[in-house]
Design a protein around this ligand. Structure first.
Ligand code: ADP
Ligand code: MG
Length: 255
């Protein structure tokens, strides 16, 4: 069965997009078929997949508004070997555009219905806020991956995020589960990183994934070359970490 994961955290800059692009490519490396959905008007997952967001024929905006079918929006991201539903700044208009529409929180779930059989995994990159776009992602998903940067304010935001997820789940998607909390930009030489990491494990226990994503310059450089780190520098620490994450997710879900 297709596993659909939303990658979300209302904080910006915690590694959501980096995780989407690189986990997608790593799952492809394990011979899984993957669809990446860019639900952020910033279009960073689109750019990081090597797609020019200004040249899109159709985007997730058209899909949500019912102005294009999924076949018109879906493209192949050659650099990562996965398919992509791309986005650009147009998507910022979807919230207002959908405001009086019926089933506005179910638009993405309904659009994915006809293609999800083509994939082992669908990963959805969320914007850094809990808006209608994120609600669409959470409604379509089975599981939620929450990247967390191990820094002082990480825990504070996290408790309220998880409470919100529970509330969303109980109203629009009762099957939704927390797949895991992912520690990103981990710097073992920094004692604060370790303190926060230990606290995360203390509070959230098994919900914290065992794989840790280190701070790695290659991960930050790869998007400017329009490719996942696995294509840009396959031997880098960042590559190995995201391959390990793919392995852990496959094991945890017995896939
Ligand atoms: P978000 O999608 O949550 O806003 P991003 O994935 O865009 O976060 O990451 C924010 C910035 O940090 C980007 O410039 C990205 O390249 C960089 N970055 C993300 N993860 C790492 C990492 N593990 N090591 C180094 N830089 C990273
Ligand atoms: Mg992002």
């Amino acid at each position: 069965m297709t596993k659909i994961f939303a990658v979300t955290n209302q904080k910006g800059g915690v590694g959501k997009t980096t995780t989407c692009v690189n986990l997608a490519a790593s799952l492809v490396a394990t011979k899984r078929k993957v669809l990446l959905v860019d639900m952020d008007p910033q279009g960073h997952a689109t750019l990081g997949s090597g797609i020019d967001k200004k040249q899109l024929q159709a985007s997730v905006y058209d899909l949500l508004m019912g102005e294009a079918g999924i076949e018109a929006v879906r493209i192949t991201a050659e650099a990562g070997g996965y398919d992509l539903l791309p986005a650009n700044v147009d998507l910022a208009g979807a919230e207002v555009g959908l405001i009086n529409e019926p089933r506005r929180e179910r638009r993405l779930a309904e659009a994915l219905e006809s293609v999800k059989k083509d994939y082992d995994f669908v990963l959805i990159d969320c914007p850094p806020s809990l808006n209608l776009l994120t609600i669409n992602a959470l409604t379509a998903a089975r599981g939620v991956l929450v990247p967390v940067q191990c820094e002082y304010y990480a825990l504070e935001g996290l408790t309220s995020l998880l409470d919100t997820l529970k509330r969303v789940a109980s109203s629009v998607n009762p099957g939704l589960e927390i797949t895991g909390i992912l520690r990103t930009m981990y710097d073992p030489r920094n004692s604060l990183t370790q303190d926060v990491s230990n606290q995360l494990i203390q509070y959230f226990e098994r919900q914290v994934l065992g794989t840790v994503i280190p701070r790695n310059i290659r991960l930050a450089e790869a998007p400017s070359h329009g490719m996942p780190v696995l294509s840009y520098d396959p031997k880098s620490k960042g590559s190995l970490a995201y391959l390990a994450l793919a392995g852990e997710i496959l094991r945890r879900n017995s896939l």
